[in-house]
Each structure stands twice: as structure tokens, then as C-alpha cells.
Design a protein around this ligand. Structure first.
Ligand SMILES: [Zn+2]
Length: 494
């Protein structure tokens, strides 16, 4: 048995101005062959689980490519074509394929990236058995579903079960190859763009959908998956859907998928945030908690500008609001601003400097541009930053921060970087000798990914919403492609 196992992952934020080029599928571009196998076999990705089961099967394994880029604008067409060609070519010489995909990829001129990829693979190898491990923020098209054999996604958000998802996808395909499973998959769609933070799986309402899917599996349906969708990819298929894969039972699969979609629709008001708290009110809440008793810092999570949702990571809005409110003892960043980093390096460690930080990248999708903030302080340190994620999300992932510098203004200690880095691990501060527990406030960029590693250190988590293309306020963005009506954009008639 020859198995091709590959990875091509991108979550596209169609509102983001951050380009997605071939070299962004890294760090340092995609990995190939043995290098990909060795780097990711024991990683925190779905690919690791796919490889584990492929080994159990005693298969002859080829890993043609492993490519993953941070969420950003549609993939440049040339990069999409090259990456797709590599997988199509690899499909010619195998008996089956296992793929780790995201499911919400858009390329330039290709709205349904993964559907197009799978259709091309099936064009060169009609009927090839394909098992796919996906992110639960996938926007799955009918083309996608028609062109693979089995598929499933993470059951946790924040995503702490990526390798387990890979194992499940691979085991389903093994069951097909060994004649135990006749997979009939049915999709049911819900006209809803759920608020991403309401999709945290260990609390309601999302836990109710996860439990309903798990119960259907316990009752004998081989695979039932809830995809919440990625609302910042403006495509026809964006939105929540449920997939049920039966063993030769289309009616049974349809009933299960419909039941869970009906449940989701009945909970729609709980999947949205009726009013977005003004940033000044969030800062006021943080100030009150910070002034009281308690251990550890107050986390101010900037949810509108995190790079794992396609954010530019250069919004200074939360930092500026915290300073305006008079907060003290603030650790913040990283803010992605290569120009400011260069200025600080030029000035040197120990130098006093006045610089504009953030708000420099034009963002056409935002109605108001981000604003830089002028700061005066001392350059405390400069470094080339690299570390490996130790937290439970993307465990083992190498992070390349580019050049970093730390600016100290008195009330604020600010990290400024050349690269975009999500707050996955306190190592992003500790590697600079900055201990987050010694600060009263920590301003970081994340919706939920910081929770497993930062919340145990913190006295409170205050969710803040400033401007940014990773916003939860969908009314702030101009949707053109998503099927209408859809909740909550069209509240009355969806
Ligand atoms: Zn996701």
C-alpha cells in the first residue's frame, strides 16, 4: 500500500491586506520529503496523526510537501498553482492519499481553494481514496465533499486535538480501504456566521453541538463533525455546517446532520454578541480588576487584530486606550512594525527615542485606518527571536519572530517585532527576560489561543475589541460573496 501524506493549510481572511506568498508557507517556505516527515511526525498538527496511522498500517509513505501559512489574504495564484501541482503529481503514484488541510482557503481567482485542489487531484486520479483532516473553521463546499472519501475536523476550540483529528481521519480511510466502511456523507448547512468566541467548545452554546455530535457517534454513526466556519473568509460557502458520515445509510446521516443543524439554529441568539462592548468600557473593567486584590496580571486580549484570524498585528488601539486611562505596569505586544524595529536597532540599546509605533499598513477593508501611536522611551533590548511552542496548541511549532526590540516608556514595556506572532505561549515574553506575572496588565493579541497558557497565570481575562480585520463585529466589514440571507448579518429574515 502506497500512501501519500501531505499538508497544505491556509485560513484565508479575505479582508486582510497581509499577502500570502510561496515563502510564507514556512517558516522559510514549505518542507519537502524527509525534511517534512522528520519535522512534523511528532508535531502538534493533524499531519502527525495522519502519519502515525499510516505507519500502523505498514504503508509505504511519501510526504511530498508540508506547507502552512499564517492566516492572511488570498493565496497568491502562483503559489496556489505550484502547491496544487505538487499534490496532483504525487497523486499519480499512490494507492490513497491523506491530507491535512484547513478548509477555509481562498486563492487569487479561486474562491474555493480546497474544493478546487481536491477536484484537480480527482481529475488526474478518478476515484482515488482521500482522507482529510480539517480545521473546524472550515467553510466546506459541495465540490470539496464530492471529491474526498472521508473527512473530519477538530472537536476543540481552542484547538488542542489536532493530532487526534489526523488519527481519526486516517482511521476512517483505513476502514474504507479494508472494506469495513461504505462512507456516505451528508452535509446540512445552517445560514449562520457564529461569533468565533461563542464557539469555544468547553462552554455553551458550542458544547451542546459538540455533545450532540459525540452522542450520534456513540449511537453508531461513524463520524459526525460540526464545522463552525471561518466568518472572515467572504465566500459563498462561509458558515456553519454539519457533516455526518454513515456506513451506507444516507437517510440516517441526513437525519443526524439535520438534527444538529436545527439545534444550532435554535441557539442562534446565543451564537452572537448583540452589542460589542466599547473599548473604553473594557479598559475600565480591566482597571477596576487591576486595582483590586488578586494574583497575577489582568490580560487584555485584543481580539480584533490577532494573526491567527488574519490580523495585521499592528493595531495600537488597546495599548493607546490603556495608556489614556492611566494604567501602569503594562506589558504589551508583539506589535508587528518592521520600520519601528529598524529605528530602534539604529538607535541601539540604552538609547532614548521617540517613534511612531503601529498603524502603518494600509487596510482597505477597514472604514477607518489604524493610527500609529507616538511613544518616547528607552530601547531596552534587541534580539533575533526564535522559539518552539511548548503550549498545547501548535505544540512543537517553530516560531520565527524576525528581529525584535523592546521599548520601555515607564508605564509601558512594549515588544515590537518584524513578524506576526499569536500569543500561544508566555515564552514570547520570557525569552526576553520579561516575566508576565511581574506586570499588572498584559496586552496581547488573541481571541482564544492564549487561554491554555496565559489564563493560569492571570487574575482575569478582559476581552477587548478595537479596530482590525480579525474583528468579531461582522457589521464592520463589507460582505459581498456569502450566501444571503445569513444570521446575524440579516437578522430579520435569515
Ligand atoms: Zn481554527
Amino acid at each position: 500500500m502506497k500512501l501519500t501524506v501531505g499538508m497544505f493549510k491556509h485560513e484565508t481572511n479575505t479582508f486582510s491586506p497581509v499577502p500570502t506568498r510561496w515563502e510564507d508557507f514556512g517558516p522559510g517556505g514549505p518542507l519537502f520529503g524527509d525534511a517534512a516527515y522528520k519535522a512534523l511526525r511528532h508535531s502538534g498538527y493533524g499531519l502527525s496523526g495522519l502519519l502515525e496511522v499510516a505507519e500502523e498500517m505498514g504503508a509505504e509513505i511519501a510526504v511530498p510537501i508540508a506547507a502552512r501559512a499564517l492566516p492572511s489574504a488570498p493565496v497568491e495564484r502562483e503559489a496556489f498553482e505550484r502547491l496544487s501541482d505538487i499534490l496532483c503529481h504525487a497523486a499519480l503514484s499512490c494507492d490513497a492519499m491523506l491530507l491535512d488541510l484547513h478548509g477555509a482557503m481562498v486563492a487569487e481567482g479561486v474562491e474555493d481553494g480546497e474544493g478546487e485542489l481536491l477536484a484537480r487531484i480527482r481529475r488526474v486520479r478518478p476515484g482515488l481514496p482521500i482522507g482529510v483532516s480539517l480545521d473546524s473553521h472550515a467553510n466546506l463546499s459541495d465540490l470539496f465533499i464530492a471529491n474526498c472519501t472521508v473527512m473530519t475536523s477538530y472537536r476543540t476550540y481552542p484547538h488542542t486535538d489536532m493530532p487526534a483529528t489526523g488519527r481519526m481521519a486516517a482511521r476512517l480511510l483505513r476502514d474504507v480501504l479494508e472494506g469495513r466502511l461504505d462512507p456516505i456523507t451528508v452535509v446540512r448547512r445552517c445560514p449562520m456566521l457564529p461569533d468565533m468566541v461563542k464557539c469555544i467548545t468547553d462552554s455553551e452554546p458550542m458544547s451542546l453541538l459538540i455533545e450532540a455530535a459525540a452522542k450520534a457517534e456513540r449511537d453508531g454513526m461513524p463520524c459526525v463533525t460540526v464545522f463552525t466556519g471561518f466568518p472572515l473568509a467572504d465566500t459563498a460557502d462561509t458558515g456553519l455546517c454539519v457533516l455526518a458520515t454513515s456506513n451506507g445509510d444516507p437517510a440516517g446521516a441526513a437525519a443526524v446532520a439535520q438534527e444538529i443543524v436545527d439545534l444550532a439554529w435554535s441557539l442562534r441568539d446565543r451564537f452572537t454578541t448583540p452589542t460589542i462592548e466599547p473599548l473604553a468600557d473594557s479598559i475600565e473593567r480591566a482597571a477596576a480588576i487591576g486595582a483590586g486584590d488578586g494574583e497575577g496580571p489582568v490580560i487584555l486580549a485584543d481580539m480584533s487584530d490577532n494573526c491567527h484570524s488574519g490580523g495585521t498585528m499592528d493595531s495600537m488601539a488597546v495599548v493607546a486606550a490603556a495608556l489614556d486611562r492611566g494604567l501602569d505596569g503594562i506589558l504589551a505586544g508583539p506589535i508587528c512594525d518592521p520600520e519601528a524595529v529598524a529605528r530602534m536597532i539604529e538607535a541601539g540599546v540604552g538609547a532614548s527615542i521617540t517613534i511612531d509605533v503601529g498603524g502603518k499598513r494600509p487596510i482597505p477593508a477597514l472604514r477607518e485606518p489604524l493610527q500609529p501611536v507616538q511613544l518616547t522611551g528607552t530601547v531596552r533590548s534587541i534580539a533575533l527571536g526564535r522559539f518552539t511552542v511548548e503550549g498545547p496548541i501548535f505544540t512543537g511549532m517553530p516560531v520565527d519572530l524576525g528581529r525584535w526590540a523592546v521599548l520601555e516608556t515607564g508605564r509601558l514595556t512594549l515588544l515590537v517585532s518584524e513578524a506576526r506572532v499569536e500569543a500561544l505561549d508566555p515564552l514570547q515574553y520570557r525569552m526576553f527576560g520579561l516575566e508576565p506575572t511581574r506586570f499588572r496588565y498584559v496586552v496581547l493579541k488573541s481571541k482564544t489561543n492564549h487561554r491554555p497558557t496565559f489564563l493560569p497565570l492571570a487574575r482575569a481575562n478582559v476581552e477587548c475589541q478595537g479596530p482590525g480585520v480579525a474583528t468579531l463585529d461582522l457589521h464592520a466589514l463589507d460582505f459581498r460573496h456569502v450566501r444571503r440571507p445569513i444570521f446575524p448579518l440579516d437578522r430579520s429574515n435569515a
